[in-house]
Design a protein around this ligand. Sequence first.
Ligand code: SF4
Ligand code: SF4
Length: 473
Amino acid sequence: MTATKKNSSKDNRAPSRGLFVNTGNGPTFQAIDIGHPEYMAVIDPDTAFWSLVKKEKLADVLSGGDLSRAYAKKSKQFAKEMNTLRFGLKPSAVYFNPTERCNMNCTYCYIPEKMRRGGKHMPEKELLGALDILKQHFNSTLPKSSKPQIIFHGAEPLLNRDAVFAGIEAYGKDFLFGVQTNATLLDDSAVDFLTSRDVSIGISLDAPTARIADQTRKNWEGEGTFKYVIDAMKRLKGYDGWSVICTISSANLRYLTALVNFFHKQEVPTCLMNILRCTLPPSRRVKPGDEQAAKYFLAALDRTYELYQETGRGLPIGNFANILMAIIAPGARRLMCDISPCGGGRCFFALAPNGDMFPCSEFIGIDRFKGGNLFENDISDVLVTEPFKMVTGRKVEDIEPCRRCAIRHFCGSPCPAEAHEMNGGMHKTGAFCEFYEEQVRYALRVIADGKVDAYMWDGWEKGMKDTFAIQGV
Ligand code: SF4
Ligand code: SF4
């Protein structure tokens, strides 16, 4: 009994009143250069609290003062919020693969070729049964007010169109549905069906011309998909719920700015420009270097700002907007690759066409990450199996150099699948680091210059309130 008492964290606290920054019980403020002429950032890496500080005032901040005193009053609240975000969420979405097959053979696909060429569809009856199991599960774990999401995902879900559409028809009231497709099968009737049921539609395109786009995205005969995607974009014009996903690789890096121009001209409501995942060896053949990737990606971001200035209409790049959100309001972020542990197995999971469950689509086809089967096991049991715990237990604090990195809760050290498959273990970094550093530095410059609106989707501020405001730093 005495031992427990002695070891309690309260009793073990340093006998310090927390008067000084960076020592004793004082706040931890890491100062970082963000490449801005006037401002630096100070960050408490544990809570993700940050402030932009005029360079000439940095010494004042580190010597204590208003910021440190005000933060001391709020630090416990911030720590609690960060803890909830990192460890207190329940899955509320499923990446549902209704078929193993794909009519395409993209260079960087994470699904093994054998599966994509000759794999199986999930039969309609089973798909409906799976949705029913998921509905029962979410009814018991989520509040009534929240609707779980089902995203029909690749391989190519529209190869199993009848089953997918039957599922959307039958469970439209129970789930928010989305479809991620290569767009080759998105004909008029498919668009009519999906848009009339408010299904969000993500299509894939990597470059603004057929010559470049078709280098990485082609069918089994080697024919590119560019022309099909353009047709689908025309059909989708005017619908709010669609977006385009571009994967940044060495093949399209130099064309990202042109791609931004192209998307803007096509009135794409929002896009993602995701850096390539290097989980499987073939994708590593088109892995760009960090420095080059950052250079061209930031130039594309600059272009979205110019377009916003020139036309009054932006082109939110969702993954970057998510980083801005992660900094401004960590709990409101929508994507979950840039928090640690990442969202895999924690905020969502992935379902293979035979009912096998994986923490994220990125692990589909890697047998040791199979946690169980939807038709055979209880979902709650699968979520705590060893394969899931390997992913949900991967924390930045255990990874070198991430554990010392001031921006670790704006980056999250993605991706566990890359870390494991490419770099040899869960406690390794993933495929990129400097790219993420530059992205966060850019985001902090955007905030310093008051340009946030230009990079966000309309209405992003709705429902937000200040939890911390201090002037004069
Ligand atoms: S970091 Fe990797 S495993 Fe985690 S959610 Fe993102 S893609 Fe999936
Ligand atoms: S990957 Fe790099 S930027 Fe991200 S947390 Fe780790 S050290 Fe920091």
